[in-house]
Design a protein around this ligand. Structure first.
Ligand code: PGA
Length: 236
């Protein structure tokens, strides 16, 4: 099965999110080989979950982040424990969190452990391999295979220019090289790629058997472009 995650980042208010869902939702057919997930801003998860259930849309939801601890006195954090009824996946340690908000590999490690405790699937973002030891420190082998790794070279992330963003995706050969290195560390994990995936290059990535999914940022904001991405992915 291939998985496509729409990472909306800090975009869309309630009505913009519902407008997007109204365009994309009815067009997503249930398919055993393709899963679509939307990662909205956290405050939208409840609303979108309700809408998806009411309308019977074939999406699941992804959290863009979670807090590193159980419920407690942590202002501004969202505890993993409160999310399993809403989301399937959680993005962990996105490079924007690291670069702009100073998030560390140690925090990513704590967040992965929270996901594992509450049966959420962490999508662990990796800019390179140097950081992986610290990120997966003391995580058991049998837990590693429940995790997804996303190779996301920061330089490949689109700039938010124009209707679908502008950027240079990492060449497939380099993505495959990195994947083979990740597989040596964690052979059974699913592996995603993220960075300037658009409708015109989605097939290049998803057609590779080593790539289980993609994370689409800027291009996912535009419902027509996102539908084209799904249509092209469906041809594989
Ligand atoms: P992009 O973002 O598709 O806009 O490059 C990918 C990501 O950062 O999740």
């Amino acid at each position: 099965m291939k998985i496509i995650i729409a990472n909306w980042k800090s975009n869309k208010n309630e009505s913009q999110a519902l407008d997007w869902l109204e365009v994309v939702g009815p067009k997503i057919k249930k398919k055993p080989d393709l899963e679509i997930s939307v990662a909205p801003q956290l405050f939208l998860l409840g609303l979108l979950n309700q809408e998806i259930r009411n309308k019977g849309y074939h999406f699941c939801l992804t959290a863009q982040d979670i807090g590193p601890f159980d419920q407690g006195p942590y202002t501004g954090e969202v505890a993993a424990e409160t999310l399993p009824s809403l989301v399937k996946y959680v993005l962990i340690g996105h490079s924007e969190r690291k670069k702009i908000f100073g998030e560390t590999n140690h925090l990513a490690n704590l967040k992965i452990k929270q996901c594992l405790e509450y049966q959420l699937t962490p999508i662990v973002c990796l800019a390179g391999l140097e950081e992986i030891d610290e990120i997966i420190k003391s995580i058991k082998k049998e837990d590693l295979k429940k995790m997804v790794f996303m190779y996301e070279p920061p330089a490949a992330i689109s700039k938010p220019i124009g209707p679908i963003g502008v950027g240079e995706a990492e060449p497939i050969i380099k993505v495959l090289e990195m994947i083979s290195k990740i597989k040596k560390i964690s052979p059974k994990s699913k592996i995603f790629y993220g960075g300037s995936v658009k409708s015109n290059n989605v097939k290049i990535y998803l057609q590779e058997s080593e790539i289980d999914g993609i994370v689409v940022g800027s291009a996912s904001l535009n419902p027509q472009e996102f539908l084209k991405i799904i249509a092209n992915a469906s041809q594989i």
